[in-house]
Design a protein around this ligand. Sequence first.
Ligand SMILES: [Zn+2]
Length: 275
Amino acid sequence: MQNENVRAWLSSLPQTNAHAHLITGAGCSEGALAAAALLLCRKPEEGQACRMCQACHWFAARTHPDFLHIGTHDGEKTIKIRSIRQMRDEVALAPRLGRKVIWIEEAQRMSEEAQNALLRTLEEPPPNVVFLLSGQEDGLLPTVRSRCAIFRMGTGKIADSELQSEAERLLGLLFSGNVQELANQYNEKKAVLSRIFGLQAELLRDAVAFALDAPLLRESSRNFTAKLSSGHNISMLNAGIVRLLEAQKRLTQNANIGLTIDFVLIGLEGFFCNA
Ligand SMILES: [Zn+2]
């Protein structure tokens, strides 16, 4: 399962600021476990847990005091709010070592109540806690998804349709000026970010089309597009499209990622403050 994408993602994990990750696709449970081991390890190297330190021994024996695994119990089909409440009591206590890692396996099995309880924790995350949700994106509330950095397992090229919700999420980050997470997450992943900028340009183009009652390129983002369209006039949207396409071009020409994000941000600044 350690293909190049997964390795790059794991290597970037210890540096990211994201406190919640959603891991989807084939092998997502293994991915979540590898991430948990890495985040708990005291001496990680190149995106891998060392398997030698005390934390790694505890993790292998499933006795790490800062690791909590939540899943379905005893043949039940849903993860109930009770499990999330217990977890919240647990994360209120300081970690024994560096940080706590909470793994919610098959996160889509959380009841709506459970998801809303989790959401409250994700909105005001306790310090030094990282949440790993693995499973299917579809069963999760959009509010929960939007709080997570999403990583899709699997080999080969990521389909545009899979990047689309990420493009929406990152556009939201750009509008709010909250770009640090974006810079951390896509450091070393220029090709993917370049495609995301292209998709974002298409979403803005759809917002123009929406205003003109023309057909949309990305019908599945219609709600997002409608919101964009109501908040911004056409010339603003067009300016954003030009800026995003230029950024996309720069990344394919191997421009510096941080500078390119700044370039986009300056272009979007001012007219997106009401987004
Ligand atoms: Zn270790």
